[in-house]
Design a protein around this ligand. Structure first.
Ligand SMILES: [Mg+2]
Length: 260
């Protein structure tokens, strides 16, 4: 297989410095009411020569080369800017931002994000930080302090890609999470795959026992939707609702939902 090397570290440094990064937004819908309740901000790199690059191609590079702090700040800035615009258009939605565990080492970060939030005029309970389960469990003791500070400031904490990280009950109870996001691998097609369905069902059960909300990721068709609704998930995210959209398209999409 040919290995593609689409960009270098210098390219990425320049992208962060020159603001070539943007956030797309994927809507989250409440199953019971059918209403859009939030959006997840997803970073995209608009490379001048190579086009749109998705985050899995460059986040690891940023993490391994000490750029993740700058990248996280940039994404938070963008997401909050757009969130302020959404608010002024009358859309009061929860904004979810993905945070790398590697950015959860700086004890000053919760204060920095709080002052950023203050400038935006938004409130902490309307912001969720999503942290990937597998990487969190590798670095739990360091991250725990920062996560507790964020929780005290009333930000929501969400455990992302749940099901991929082998967390124990004990570990999960130590972290002030309010939401589980179940990984697509245990959602899409789970109606026809006994093992995926078993993991989905037990994850929902665990979340309910811990008094957390459950979001099913990767809902791509009616069959997925019906299953997660039956099992008791609270919210849905995935192509069946909408792909991640650039901000302008998100606003159009939200306007269309309103007139439905
Ligand atoms: Mg996420």
């Amino acid at each position: 297989m040919m290995m593609l090397d689409p960009f270098s570290l210098a390219d990425l440094e320049q992208a962060i410095a020159c603001n070539q990064l943007d956030t797309y937004f994927q809507p989250k819908v409440d199953i019971a009411s059918g209403r859009v309740v939030g959006v997840e901000a997803l970073v995209r790199w608009n490379h001048p020569a190579k086009g749109l690059i998705k985050p899995n191609a460059f986040i690891t590079m940023a993490e391994e080369n000490g750029l993740i702090g700058d990248l996280t700040d940039l994404v938070c800035n963008k997401a909050l800017e757009y969130a302020t615009q959404l608010r002024s258009l009358g859309y009061d939605l929860n904004i979810a931002i993905n945070i790398s565990v590697d950015s959860l080492t700086n004890l000053e970060w919760p204060d920095r994000i709080s002052s950023l939030l203050e400038q935006s005029g938004l409130e902490a309970p309307s912001i969720s930080f999503e942290i990937t389960e597998s990487r969190l469990m590798e670095h739990l003791s360091v991250a725990l302090d920062i996560l507790s500070r964020l929780s005290l400031k009333r930000f929501n904490l969400s455990i992302d890609d749940f099901g991929t990280g082998y967390s124990s009950m004990e570990q999960l109870q130590r972290i002030p999470f309010s939401e589980f996001k179940i990984d697509r691998a245990f959602v899409h097609g789970a109606a026809r795959e006994a093992s995926a369905r078993a993991i989905l069902e037990s994850s929902v059960l665990l979340a309910k026992k811990l008094d957390m909300k459950v979001v099913a990721e990767g809902v791509e068709d009616q069959e997925d939707w019906d299953l997660v609704a039956e099992i008791g998930c609270d919210q849905v995210q995935g192509y069946f609702v909408s792909r991640p959209l650039p901000f302008g398209n998100l606003v159009k999409w939200l306007d269309e939902q309103k007139s439905k």
